[in-house]
Design a protein around this ligand. Sequence first.
Ligand SMILES: C[S@@+](CC[C@H](N)C(=O)[O-])C[C@H]1O[C@@H](n2cnc3c(N)ncnc32)[C@H](O)[C@@H]1O
Length: 248
Amino acid sequence: MTDRRLLVVRDTRAFLLAPGETQETDLGVLELPDEVEPGATVETHLGEAFEVRRLRGTDLFDHLERTGAPMMPRDVGLVVGHTGLSAGDRVLDAGTGTGVLAASLGRLGAEVTTYERDPEFADVARDNMALAGVTDRVEVRTGDLLEDLANIDGPFDVVTLDTADAAAIVEHAPDVLAAGGYVATYTPFVEAARDCIAAAREADLSDVECLETIQREMEFDDRGSRPSTAGVGHTGFLTFARFRPRLQ
Ligand SMILES: C[S@@+](CC[C@H](N)C(=O)[O-])C[C@H]1O[C@@H](n2cnc3c(N)ncnc32)[C@H](O)[C@@H]1O
């Protein structure tokens, strides 16, 4: 089931509304018509215009209902770039959390099986997948991936892990990865990244690397140009490893 809500935006105002729904704003009351199409302009009862559009991938971070801390767009991009993930890939993901990563990969055309051990978070994530329009490609399973590894129907091209027990799952990566496939872990602390590196080496994975993402926004104004003094600093460490079965 796909969620029919659309973004109704003007400047920094953004409302997620279903056709027929009403929203009070500081510019008057908005009523989204039943037959509205993306690209339309709607007016409040005071005649103030808003633009109607579909959600894009970049809107997921701001508009999915939040449970577990979502992965930031810059880190999603690195996971895609470093694993070569593309349409048709099979992805095993945990934990789902808000589902920003799972939904983003689904929107790229990957077939995603994502595990969330908190049943309430899993329910929210299913609604989020509907909003992101990926219920046909992203299956949210309620459960603990580590406990369910024996029941997984692999192989997967990419395994993405954003959990505290990621290293314990990395140990089993060769059992679920296709030849040439990647495991990517996202850990806020370097100690956990170190555990993932050790687990990847122990599992005889190759191309093991750990990256810290540093991104600075630049500001340009009349006084000059410089990196922004505000914004998000550290997010997490990304550890990648690849499964290359040894030839006998
Ligand atoms: C930081 S959030 C993940 C956010 C997600 N990557 C996103 O982009 O929205 C971590 C989630 O993993 C779940 N979790 C932790 N360990 C797990 C496990 N072994 N199996 C399944 N879910 C797990 C937690 O309940 C939590 O919701």
